[in-house]
Write a protein that binds this ligand. Structure first.
Ligand code: ADP
Length: 484
């Protein structure tokens, strides 16, 4: 990897604390998901470094919070420009550790950068308010203030975008940050941090702690327990989200949680078949099905069911499997052996319970799973109840609108959902009835920095992106001016 990068200085091998890079003799390996082979080593830090990072962020807070919004915006704009300028290198690093095809990785770098740009702009529009008085001797003011030191814990499926989506609003608001990237994908996070330093972010404003799976638990505990840390933002599994929420109770932290989904994709008889299938491919097989907004359940109305299944299977079977670094690969490997095992378990369970296989249904080599389409899916199957997080499309047949709304909502999750129909009344009826934070209507791609991303029910708390995404990083202070 070193040799392929235009700027090898982007490769770092340990934590960033108080503006200094820390290595260690105790390291963990970063592996290429396409082969399972380690290609880099990163310091395995833990509780001590987590505490040092909080201390550094606490020391850096007063000065950073005191900068003007315009000054913070300027640093973020420079960071945005640097991320774009290094898009190819960042994509290479990302694909090497995460596995997604290079074209998708470049797309993620652009998407990730867009949050930095957006919040550089939003920094300058963080308005307060004046409130009409109820007492002639008084005036009421409301001012937004940075919440303080923020902690971010991020997943491996979007090693860049899930970080910028948290860091950019935090930094824009005047907060300082401690970040722990996923153990599978620390290199992307460290490269981003290096670019932030080059953009002029002062020492201690952003600190990154690298840790393996076990040490990550210690880091999380230190940050949850710390009274200095005022906000925790986490993207990952619902199970870990619950643990962190529990741990944050003792210090009553502000929480932003973006947890698992179980997205339904509903196709009505009047849908445009071709566009529904293309939307389905994008919403299902992107990142090999490993995104929290990936479709988990397809509901297709009886009249269009057979044609949709046949067309989806044909198109899915055409996707080119291959290592992400090989140009032309359309679907990369799964992240690790456990991910592959879960996919196999879900497919075996569905077939044992009567589902029919239309394409795929097996692993390819040690790391890849063929894009798979199943019909005859039923509510009791594992693939209906749990997030498969892999390239498997189970199709349920339905008859009525009321039936499909009930089925789609029968989930503890409520992140993304999708709906294909040309009937304007149905768009509103179903769009409003779906208990999901986001509804894609006649499209399979919904994410962009300008809109609020987030879920209802057990999919999380708060929204990321959009003008709302900065709200969790500020406290509103009320000033009451008396004695006028
Ligand atoms: P995934 O299933 O996508 O790997 P996880 O929720 O397990 O998602 O992991 C997401 C992030 O949470 C990673 O950075 C991981 O290291 C971290 N993590 C996992 N368990 C804990 C924990 N108990 N405390 C703090 N962080 C954790």
């Amino acid at each position: 990897l070193h040799a392929r990068l235009a700027d090898p200085q982007l490769l770092k091998n340990g934590s960033l604390i108080d503006g200094r890079w820390l290595t260690s003799s105790d390291c963990f390996a970063v592996c290429d998901p396409a082969t399972g082979q380690p290609f880099a080593e990163v310091a395995n830090h833990g509780a001590a470094e987590a505490a040092a990072a909080v201390a550094a962020a606490g020391r850096a807070l007063p000065a950073w919070r005191a900068t003007t919004a315009k000054e913070r915006a300027a640093v973020l704009q420079r960071w945005f420009a640097l991320v774009n300028a290094h898009q190819d290198d960042l994509a290479l690093i990302l694909t090497s550790e995460q596995g997604k095809p290079l074209a998708e990785a470049r797309g993620e770098v652009g998407y990730g950068a867009s949050f930095i740009q957006w919040y550089a702009e939003e920094a300058r529009r963080l308005y307060g308010e004046t409130v009409p008085t109820t007492d002639g001797d008084k005036r009421y003011l409301v001012i937004p203030q940075a919440i303080g030191v923020c902690a971010a814990i991020t997943p491996w499926n979007f090693p860049i975008a899930m970080i910028t989506r948290k860091l950019a609003p935090a930094l824009a608001a005047g907060c300082t940050v401690v970040l722990k990237p996923a153990e599978a994908t620390p290199l992307s996070a460290l490269a981003l941090a290096e670019l932030a330093l080059r953009a002029g972010l002062p020492a201690g404003v952003l600190n990154v702690v690298t840790a393996d799976a076990d040490a990550s638990i210690d880091v999380g505990r230190i940050w949850c327990d710390s009274p200095v840390v005022r906000h925790l933002s986490f993207t990952g599994s619902t199970e870990v989200g619950r643990i962190l929420m529990r741990q944050c109770a003792s210090t009553v932290k502000q929480l932003s949680l973006e947890l698992g989904g179980n997205a339904p994709f509903i196709v009505f008889d009047d849908a445009d078949l071709e566009s529904a299938v293309e939307g389905a491919l994008a919403a299902k097989f992107r990142n090999a099905g490993q995104t929290c907004v990936c479709v988990n359940r397809f509901y297709v109305q009886a009249g269009i069911h057979d044609a949709f299944v046949a067309r989806l299977a044909t198109r899915a079977a055409e996707l080119r499997l291959g290592p992400g670094l090989v140009e032309g690969s359309q679907q990369g490997p799964l992240i690790d052996a456990a991910a592959l095992a879960k996919v196999e378990q879900h497919v075996a369970d569905a077939l044992a319970r009567g589902a029919q296989l239309h394409c795929g249904g097996q692993r390819v080599g040690e790391r890849f799973y063929a894009p798979t389409v199943l019909s005859g899916a039923q509510a009791g199957m594992l693939c209906a109840r749990e997030e498969t997080f892999g390239p498997v499309a189970p199709v349920f047949r339905f008859d009525t609108e009321a039936e499909v709304i009930a089925a789609a909502n029968a989930s503890e999750s409520g992140l993304a959902s999708y709906l294909y129909t040309r009937d304007i009344g149905r768009i509103f009826r179903v769009g409003e009835a779906l208990e999901y934070g986001m509804v894609g209507i006649n499209t399979g791609l919904i994410s962009t920095a300008e809109v609020p991303f987030g879920g209802v029910k057990q999919s999380g708390l708060g929204r990321e992106g959009s003008r709302h995404g900065i709200a969790d990083y500020v406290e509103l202070k009320y000033l009451c001016l008396g004695g006028l």
